[in-house]
Design a binder for this molecule. Structure first.
Ligand code: SF4
Length: 344
């Protein structure tokens, strides 16, 4: 009996990669799915903030994708390694801080590594020509082909007929005629194909990539402008997804929780720094990062007063703590102009 040809499919958890897997599998190819977790999936970050562990969440993703794709899917955590790509993308950013070309390249190189380890013959992705302005135009796909180190072993089954034939097609491992010619931003062909191939369960609860989100990007850019050589950490990138952020000075920033779960996160994970919260009424927790002066702490207390339940009262009693140190302020709510001037 012939051993089936094996391929590694890079999967995001969305419809396009699910279709790519189905299109390759229907040609009798054995598929190993690979999901590279770079750490900015909104749904995963939300659950981390709520106290769930990243490794458990990624295991859950692997089980869910394996189930819905009907094939083994490996999920690898690259959230720490990826920080360097976020800060120094060779091909620049998209509309926000999304380094999509570098990101695709990184994931495809990871897929190449898994291909070699698994004895697979080629790698494929769910990329669609012309679907995304930055990373899926013809020039960007060409850059990815050249720099990925895969030579002709990178297949885009959904747009293959619009692209040069790849080695798996030339070698006859794949029938080019049974690959597709989808291009552009419309999802109509994909939706029809999902019905035809009975592809379902592809809606990823992991959510969209926060690097494409303008609010999240503002926090990253603010960090870049004020880091002064400090290394970016995964903990910091998770904090960017939490609360309202205000910059008080080049070295001091405060983060005010918006919800109970965010206040809990700040208390749980950031207790080594100054934390402010109201004494007598419900209200937010505020984290103070940087070398805060007494003035900065009293300003942080005024933000707690502004967003607390006693925001209409002349003042709120606010406790500011760091380890064993503790101070109390009778803080008036921060005025509108201060909030607007400092908001990130
Ligand atoms: S949207 Fe995010 S995950 Fe997707 S390629 Fe761009 S940076 Fe990477």
């Amino acid at each position: 009996m012939n051993t089936p040809i094996k391929a590694v499919g890079l999967v995001s958890g969305g419809l396009d990669s699910a279709l790519a897997v189905a299109v390759i599998r229907r040609q009798g190819i054995e598929v190993v799915g690979l999901h590279v977790a770079i750490g900015y999936a909104a749904g995963i970050m939300r659950r981390e903030v709520a106290g769930e562990r990243l490794d458990a969440l990624l295991e859950e993703e692997a089980r869910r994708m394996s189930g819905s794709f009907g094939t083994r899917v490996l999920v690898i955590d690259r959230s720490t390694e990826y920080l360097d790509i976020l800060l120094h993308p060779r091909h620049g950013y998209g509309a926000n801080v999304n380094p999509c070309i570098d990101c695709h390249l990184y994931m495809i190189r990871e897929a190449k590594r898994i291909m070699e380890r698994e004895g697979a013959r080629f790698v494929f992705t769910g990329e669609v020509l012309g679907q995304r302005p930055m990373s899926q135009n013809r020039a960007a796909l060409g850059v990815i082909d050249r720099e990925s180190g895969l030579g002709g072993l990178l297949v885009r089954p959904l747009s293959a007929k619009l692209l040069e034939p790849t080695l798996p097609e030339l070698e006859g491992w794949l029938d080019r005629e049974r690959l597709l010619d989808i291009a552009g931003r419309s999802r109509a062909r994909q939706m029809a194909l999902a019905g035809e191939l009975a592809v379902e369960g592809y809606q990823s609860p992991a959510g969209g990539c926060l690097l494409t989100d303008a609010n999240y990007a503002a926090k990253v850019r603010d960090w870049m402008a004020h880091a002064a050589g400090a290394p970016l950490t995964r903990e910091e990138t998770l904090l960017f997804s939490v609360g309202r952020h205000f910059r008080l000075s080049p070295t001091v920033k405060i983060v005010v929780g918006r919800r109970e779960v965010e206040n809990g996160y700040l208390e749980r994970e950031w207790g080594r720094l100054w934390l402010a919260s109201p004494v007598d009424v419900p209200g937010p927790t505020a984290l103070v990062q940087g070398n805060a002066t007494d003035d900065d702490l009293s300003v942080a207390a005024s933000f707690v007063a502004r967003y607390g339940d006693a925001k209409d009262a002349p003042s709120t009693r606010v406790a500011v703590r760091r380890g064993d140190e503790s101070r109390t302020y009778d803080a008036a709510p921060a005025p509108e102009d201060l909030v607007e001037r400092t908001r990130i």
